[in-house]
Design a protein around this ligand. Structure first.
Ligand code: PMP
Length: 413
């Protein structure tokens, strides 16, 4: 067989850990085992019917050709209106790009701007694709740890300490995958103070979970708090999470015209444009009735509460209540060092995840994959019956562990 030589850039990255965890769970399920899968990062609801109908209408109208590289004028107008209506932000069409998902917007931004060794600050716990997309584009991810006591958020002090002359971007993801942290107005204002001291640092503001929030009321947008940072901020958002459109692959970015133009060139020379049908569907979603979003968030909130109530009864797990997004990020440090009924010591969260899957048929993702060991991530976008069964398996699995006095002490501390 011919020997495949990987490019340097491809050899720097691996399969996304949630995809890998899902594949392991599916392989086990295919062998006949019962597996509760809590790895997914996508809504379990179907795309609303009105959005599907808009896509069908676009097909019938012959909307089947290449579109402008940055997206159709119609969709960019709809995005512009969304930003005015929901965020009180004013963007011209040439400040907006549509790509094959929010992920592709981020990829284009790094492909367009990073030079060898440029640093990108990635607050941990992070969505694993952030550092991967930095690395494949020749940048250096600089991860910044956070603490549960700080709600897993970046602080002005940790941000200041991470900035160097080579820093090009700070990634801010709120609500966050995996922690569910949502930055408050005063926290964003305090980060903005630091950023003003470092005019060479740009902000990649990933708001893909903007609508998936469990607190009440509206939140002021970062760029309403710090409008002076708009000329170095890229907003990233998309269709996947609010409208249950993960498979449609359509997302968007809004930022300075020069940046958007550079990203558009990258896109035009790689994918040409996102799919015409996906774009028509997102335009309809943004302009249509938003009741689906509120109803799905209410369902996610109930599931979050179900999980939190269950965690409260399990000795050895701690969870900062997620304020948004799709996940519970659970501190399992009290279980590290515990011994399974088979006599195996759980030396890390990765071992715990393997134990949960193989001995108890529960698939979750290890915190190490998100740059934060001693944690596991459970998805809450599953049927409530599945969630209930999943946390029951977690409780049984933990009860079966033998914990040394040391691990018990850590827990008591
Ligand atoms: N940002 C974050 C933090 C995410 O979790 C995801 C999806 N997992 C995305 C961006 C990208 O979503 P999409 O490409 O489907 O728009």
């Amino acid at each position: 067989m011919a020997h495949l030589i990987l490019s340097r850039r491809a050899s720097r990255i691996g399969l996304a850990p949630n995809a890998a965890a899902k594949a392991r769970a599916q392989a086990l399920a295919a062998s006949g085992r019962s597996v509760v899968e809590l790895t997914a990062g996508e809504p379990d609801f179907d795309t609303p019917e009105s959005i599907k109908q808009a896509a069908i209408a676009a097909l019938a109208a012959g909307d089947t050709k290449y579109t402008p590289p940055a997206g159709t004028a119609d969709l960019r107008a709809a995005i512009r209106d969304k930003l005015v209506r929901e965020n009180a932000l004013d963007y011209a069409p040439e400040q907006i790009i549509v790509s094959g998902g929010g992920k592709h917007v981020i990829y284009n931004a790094f492909a367009a701007t990073l030079r060898d060794g440029d640093e990108v600050i990635v607050p941990a716990p992070y969505w694993q694709s952030f550092p991967a997309m930095v690395s494949i584009n020749d940048g250096t991810p600089v991860t910044v740890a956070s603490r549960p006591e700080e709600g897993y958020k970046l602080t002005p002090a940790t941000l200041e300490a991470a900035i160097t002359p080579r820093t090009r971007w700070l990634i801010l993801n709120t609500p966050s995958n995996p922690s569910g942290a949502v930055y408050a107005t005063d926290e964003l204002a305090a980060l903005a103070v630091v950023l003003r001291r470092h005019p060479h640092v740009w902000v990649l503001l990933d708001e893909i979970y903007e609508h998936i929030r469990f607190d009440e009321g509206t939140r002021e947008h970062f760029l309403r708090i710090a409008p002076d940072l708009a000329d170095r901020t890229l907003i990233v958002n998309g269709a996947s999470k609010p409208y249950a459109m993960t498979g449609w692959r359509v997302g968007y970015g809004a930022g300075p015209a020069e940046l958007i133009a550079a990203m558009t060139i990258v896109q035009s020379q790689s994918t040409s444009s996102p799919s015409s049908i996906g774009q028509a569907a997102l335009a309809a979603a943004l302009r249509g009735d938003q009741a689906f979003v509120a109803a799905s968030v209410a369902a996610y909130r109930e599931r979050r509460d179900l999980l939190l109530a269950a965690f409260a009864k399990i000795d050895g797990v701690r969870c900062v209540p997620p304020q948004g997004a799709f996940f519970a990020f659970v501190d399992v440090s009290a279980l590290i060092g515990a011994v399974t009924p088979n006599g195996e010591t759980l030396a890390s969260d990765v071992d715990l995840v393997a134990y949960l899957l193989h001995e108890h048929g529960l698939a979750v993702v290890d915190g190490t994959s998100f740059g934060t060991p001693d944690h596991i991530r459970l998805s809450m976008v599953a049927d409530p019956a599945q969630l209930t069964e999943g946390v029951a398996r977690l409780a049984t699995a933990i009860e079966a562990l033998r914990r040394s006095p040391l691990t018990s002490q850590r827990e008591a501390a």
